[in-house]
Design a protein around this ligand. Structure first.
Ligand SMILES: Nc1nc2c(ncn2[C@@H]2O[C@H](COP(=O)(O)OP(=O)(O)OP(=O)(O)O)[C@@H](O)[C@H]2O)c(=O)[nH]1
Ligand SMILES: [Mg+2]
Length: 453
């Protein structure tokens, strides 16, 4: 990316008609631009109404201009924000004029990259800005905010601190090669290494939580035909999304919808009822059901509580289930025959009785589902969720620590190699929060950002 001497400019709001569009510029020329707009010296953080005229004097729009003096700005440099009417034609004309006045179009993520290079954010916080922009559930928002406020950086700093402590203790012996590390010091070092490795592992395991935050939990509605699966989907999404009919075998292809439950993003699937079928089309649907169940986080196993034959769940279906991910839904509890006590057809720990048709009991299902999702999503890490880049660095750090542990053994015992492995793990961990010298990595990372951010 080019040097920071240029003043960069970009539209910060989406292309299209809106109430307001925001154009942002960052760099040394912004004070001059702000002055030209206000025909007086620019005052920092003061929103001013101004008539925007092109360099040739053509009036373009009445705007609100705010100038921020670095380092008290998002990028740490002087920044000018121009709020114009949300007409893409106007925004384009202002951008063109700013380019004619010597600004350069910003590259994706360049504002945030400058913020990072100017020490306003570390790398985990810069990534959190992007997560914040894309968060689509309360949990994803909480995780992005936790990371933006330094949640992950603090955990990494703590790990680095512990490794530095250990390194200091170990290095004291390197200068005295004739002295052996006393067994009690070696034990202590081994205990420290173990505890650091456990912390790294617990942090690494939060990558799965991030996948859930991004992709959502996969909840499958499955069961025999006519049990009321499509009726349940419609009840949960609050509209007639899927066809419902008294004819068994109505749903053929699976139907996917999105929901937020207990702040979690959920992808919910209604599937074809599973039974032995002679129809080729229905069999294809059943195969798809069995396929989609594979990657499910939760299976809502819907059965008709009024059907005397309810114990006959097809084996092809039960083979795909595990008790820990199934919630049995005894449906049609509005029917008088459903009141006759019958055995639950699948040994799940959670069973909910409801009527998809009339809605009674749906709250209980939502509570059971929320509890299950909370349990699956809880890693006890205060919402911290590492991404693939962090996980890779954590893996390499863990590997270096394992090697250090091996060199610390009573037979191997090579203190200088222990120290060198500890330093390798420190170098991996420090990449997580930032490595301003690694330009290629930074360019790759910020290229995934949007323009104007
Ligand atoms: N009384 C009663 N009828 C219900 C209830 N839920 C569904 N039904 C009826 O049961 C029949 C089947 O409902 P669907 O929702 O199409 O069942 P399904 O499991 O999706 O069926 P397939 O797609 O064929 O596998 C319809 O006539 C529904 O009106 C319920 O809670 N109470
Ligand atoms: Mg159906």
């Amino acid at each position: 990316m080019p040097g920071n001497q240029d003043t960069i400019v970009a539209l910060a709001t989406p292309q299209g008609t809106s109430a307001i569009a925001l154009i942002r510029a960052s760099g040394p020329d912004t004070s001059g631009l702000a002055e030209a707009l206000g025909s007086s010296p620019a005052l920092p953080r003061m929103a001013r109404r101004a008539d925007y005229r092109s360099q040739a004097g053509e009036p373009i729009d009445t705007v609100i201009a705010t100038w921020f003096k670095g380092p008290h700005s998002y990028t740490g440099e002087d920044v000018l924000e121009i709020a114009c009417h949300g007409n893409p034609f106007i925004a384009h004309k202002i951008l063109e004029d700013l380019l004619a006045r010597g600004c350069r179009s910003a590259e994706p993520g360049e504002f945030t990259q400058r913020a990072f290079l100017n020490g306003k954010l570390d790398l985990t916080q810069a990534e959190a800005v992007m997560d914040l922009i894309h968060a689509s559930s309360d949990r994803a928002l909480a995780a992005a905010n936790a990371q933006l406020h330094g949640g992950l950086a603090q955990r990494i700093e703590a790990l680095i601190g512990s490794i530095l402590d250990l390194l200091a203790r170990i290095e004291a012996y390197i200068d005295f090669p004739e002295e052996d590390l006393p067994p009690e010091d070696r034990d202590k070092a081994q205990r420290s290494l173990l505890s650091i490795k456990l912390d790294i592992n617990s942090l690494r395991s939060t990558e799965r939580y991030r996948t859930l935050l991004n992709n959502g939990f996969k909840v499958i509605i499955a069961g025999p035909p006519n049990a009321g699966k499509s009726s349940l989907l419609n009840r949960l999404v609050g509209r007639e999304r899927a066809l419902v009919s008294s004819e068994p075998g109505t749903t053929r292809d699976f139907i996917e919808e999105r929901l937020i439950i207990a702040g979690h993003k959920v992808r919910i699937f209604d599937t074809a009822g599973v039974r032995e079928s002679k129809s080729t089309l229905e069999s294809l649907g059943i195969d798809k059901t069995l396929e989609v169940i594979e990657g499910a986080d939760v299976v809502l196993l819907v059965v008709d509580a009024a059907d005397p034959d309810l114990s006959a769940l097809p084996k092809s279906l039960t083979d795909k289930l595990t008790t820990d991910r199934v919630i049995v839904v005894m449906n049609k509890c509005d029917l008088p025959t459903a009141a006759i006590p019958r055995p639950i057809p699948y040994p799940a720990t959670t069973v909910v009785h409801l009527s998809a048709l009339f809605g009674q009991g749906t709250d209980n299902l939502i509570s059971a589902l929320s509890a299950r999702l909370n349990q699956l999503g809880d890693h006890g890490t205060d919402g911290v969720a590492v991404n693939a880049r962090h996980a890779e660095a954590l893996n390499l750090a863990a590997r270096a620590l394992e090697s250090a542990e091996a060199w610390l053994g009573p037979d191997t015992h090579r203190i200088e190699l222990v120290a060198s492995d500890l330093r390798a793990s420190l170098s991996e961990l420090s990449k997580i929060c930032g490595d301003a010298d690694n330009e290629r990595m930074l360019d790759r990372l910020f290229a995934t950002f949007c323009i104007g951010k």
